[in-house]
Design a protein around this ligand. Structure first.
Ligand code: DX5
Ligand code: ZN
Length: 218
């Protein structure tokens, strides 16, 4: 809704200086901070959990956009809310009770999101639309940064946009976003762009600033 938001994924940052990196990307123009939580079970990689998010929470007031790639997810939702996530996104594929997970997130006072893997059809959101603040469409198979954008998902962005209609639901894209791929998904209806490798290349605040600007103007 409104302008396109850029949400850098700290997955590609220097984890030994995570707090500084979060401050740096906010200074460089990031709108949201995208936090990729992986469990080595739902996805074939392990990153960090609620304690790490809590530890960096006081470094910025920026919106913490938490992407939970974990199964089961319901037992951990309260911990991520307590850690200071502003939005909590769960995967439709991660469990049988999507409607319940979304209700739990809103009951915790947080924005509720659902994420779909590239191979998952958009129809899974049809009956939970009124519980959603955000739909996160994966344009890579989740687990790792720096993978190639899957162009077939662009058609799904258009279909999700049509399903949403005039509801105030954000459409976020995650995976392989760059100045080359960003225009494809924004033209299709996306308004939040996650980017990891494309933002963190260069390793300095000045590099982050020009990387974010390059995606924004693309
Ligand atoms: C992938 C993560 C993404 C990833 C994006 O599983 O959900 O957020 O970090 O990284 P890039 O932009 O490098 O594809
Ligand atoms: Zn992500």
């Amino acid at each position: 809704t409104g302008k396109t938001l850029i949400a850098p994924s700290v997955l590609s940052s220097d984890f030994s200086r995570l707090g500084d990196e979060v401050e740096a990307i906010v200074e460089a123009g990031a709108d949201w901070i995208h936090l990729d939580v992986m469990d080595g079970h739902f996805v074939p990689n392990i990153t960090f959990g609620a304690p790490v998010i809590k530890a960096i929470r006081n470094r910025t007031k920026a919106y913490f956009d938490c992407h939970l790639m974990i199964a089961p997810v319901d037992p951990y939702l309260a911990a991520f809310a307590d850690a200071g996530c502003d939005g909590i996104t769960v995967h439709a594929e991660a469990g049988p009770h999507l409607d319940r997970s979304l209700q739990t997130i809103r009951n915790l006072g947080k924005k509720a999101g659902v994420s779909l893997n590239p191979g998952t059809p958009e129809s899974v959101i049809e009956y939970v639309l009124d519980r959603l603040d955000l739909v996160l469409l994966m344009t890579v198979n989740p687990g790792f940064g720096g993978q190639a954008f899957i162009p077939a998902v662009v058609e799904k962005v258009k279909r999700v946009k049509a399903l949403i209609g005039d509801r105030p639901i954000d459409i976020e894209i995650d995976g392989g976003v760059s100045p080359e791929t960003a225009p494809l998904v924004t033209a299709a209806g996306a308004n939040v762009l996650v980017a990891g490798a494309a933002v963190f290349k260069g390793g300095t605040v000045d590099a982050y600033r020009s990387n974010i600007a390059a995606i924004r103007t693309a």
